[in-house]
Design a protein around this ligand. Structure first.
Ligand code: UD1
Ligand code: CA
Length: 455
């Protein structure tokens, strides 16, 4: 049987007070609705129907990589009306899973348990018990059999029904044939004059259909986001869950409340991560890598035993094993560090290869360059790679020593074993093992009269 999914995402999200449609607000740098789509993709579903209303162009742009049936709900006349917009894409023989578009943390396991519950009934419903069920639809059960007989919305509930703590999460599964038949019987004769999807429950019960419930593994999975506070709360919950998982896998996290993973982080053995590290995109850390406090790593691969000291920033870079980076280092796109390389404080490396064991320890800019092995770059060295229009390359051979405060004006080559005297501005290539000095000659003037203050 095919499984068709309908994600309800037409709500405006007024309380976000934003120009961005609610479901495009990010959790861990990824739109809320994309989290749900990715989770749906991880189960065996056949089609995904997205019911949208506001910000259609923005949504279509943000989700352009996904194959979705786009179902426009021009006016938001309720959750039942929203589901009606996807009806044409549903065949009678499908199982249809309806999800709310603003609860990003719903897990694969919970969706699977909902699917499992449907296997032995006609309608499976995801419910949860809340300490404070205010505002939510209440699950009404038959007092004798305990079978679910209806969902009553908060605004339509009697004082007794308001005491019920079991609530509707909005997520459910039923057959396409049943869904369509029940949708056609919905009315908007209720407190909010909306077509409530939840009314199908009473219809199912009155037809004698079997209704089962399933529960999420943890409550945050079914929490929707309506305002910025809830967005932040679910971001924390998401990060905390990821931190738990990393610790279970053997990562030493100094403080699980102070780590942010906005993408995929994969760690080898005995990796340690100090406070306030931010990981974005795809980050791979080898065995025993140490990340100091306040580092940002984005799309990079760090070899085993490398130490990244505090306040370092690494993006689209590759670092081999046994390197030392920072504190306060910046590796920009195309930085490629060989084994045992050292990049120290206030050093920026861009599109440059730094060979095995080479050192750039202090206050330097190395861009569009290739450094061999065993190179030592003195403090304050700059590769002058840009003439205002074009970029040029600097080539530095093995075992070269560049004295402090040198400017290497590219294109330029410093061959193997050469030395550049401190303070040089190098504009011509230097041959192997030569010493190049390009700086004003020092004159010492004796009997120098210091200036005196004018009266
Ligand atoms: C709904 C349920 C309620 C449940 C709660 C869980 C109904 C009638 N009520 O209430 O039982 O406890 O969700 O959060 O179903 N949406 C549309 N089009 C619409 C209306 C809503 O796409 O016309 C979407 C929203 O974008 C949202 C979801 O449906 O993703 C739920 O809508 P919301 O307004 O939050 O429903 P509630 O009234 O809170
Ligand atoms: Ca809601």
């Amino acid at each position: 049987m095919a499984l068709s999914v309908i994600i309800l995402a037409a709500g405006k999200g007024t309380r976000m007070k934003s120009d961005l449609p609610k479901v495009l607000h990010p959790i861990a740098n990824k739109p809320i609705v994309e989290h749900i789509i990715n989770t749906v993709q991880s189960i065996d579903s056949d089609t995904i129907n997205l019911v949208y209303g506001h910000g259609g162009d923005m949504l279509k742009e943000a989700l352009r990589d996904y194959s979705l049936n786009w179902c426009l709900q021009e006016e938001q006349l309720g959750t039942g009306h929203a589901v009606m917009q996807a009806q044409t894409h549903i065949s009678d023989s499908d199982d249809v899973m309806i999800l709310v578009g603003d609860a990003p943390l719903i897990s694969k396991e919970t969706l699977e348990s909902l699917i499992h519950a449907k296997q032995s009934c006609d309608l499976a419903l995801l419910t949860v018990n809340l300490d404070d069920p205010t505002g939510m639809g209440r699950i009404v059960r038959d007092p004798q059999s305990d079978n679910i007989s209806a969902i009553v919305e908060h605004k339509d509930a009697s004082p007794e029904q308001l005491q019920i703590s079991e609530i509707n999460t909005g997520m459910m599964i039923m057959s396409g044939a049943n869904l369509k038949r029940w949708l056609s019987a919905l009315s908007n004769d209720n407190a909010q004059n909306e077509y409530y999807l939840t009314d199908v429950i009473a219809m199912a019960a009155s037809e004698g259909k079997r209704i089962q419930s399933a529960q999420p593994q943890w409550q945050q999975e079914v929490e929707g986001i309506n305002n910025r506070k809830q967005l932040a709360a679910l971001e924390c919950a998401y990060q905390h869950r990821l931190a738990d998982k990393l610790m279970e896998d053997g990562v030493h996290i100094f403080d699980p409340y102070r780590i942010d993973v906005r993408g995929e982080l994969s760690c080898g053995k005995d990796v340690s991560i100090d406070v306030n590290a931010v990981f974005e995109g795809n980050v791979v850390l080898g065995d025993r890598v140490k990340i100091g406090p306040n580092c940002v790593l984005k799309n990079c691969e760090i070899g085993s035993d490398t130490v990244i000291e505090a306040f370092s920033h690494i993006q689209d870079a590759k670092v081999q094993s046994n390197c030392t980076i920072g504190p306060y280092a910046r590796l920009r796109p195309g930085a490629d560090l060989g084994e045992g390389a050292k990049v120290g404080n206030f050093v920026e490396i861009k599109k440059a290869k730094v060979g095995k064991g080479s050192k750039v320890n202090h206050l330097s800019y190395i861009g569009d360059a290739e450094l061999g092995e065993g190179v030592n770059i003195g403090a304050g060295t700059i590769t002058c790679n840009y003439d205002g229009v074009n970029k040029f390359k600097t080539d530095i051979g093995d075992d070269v020593f560049i004295g402090s405060n040198s400017a290497l004006v590219a294109p330029v080559t410093i061959q193997k074993g050469a030395t550049v005297g401190a303070g040089s501005t190098i504009t011509k290539s230097v041959e192997a093992d030569n010493l190049a000095i390009a700086r004003g000659k020092q004159r010492n003037i004796s009997s120098w009269q210091k200036p005196v203050k004018k009266k």
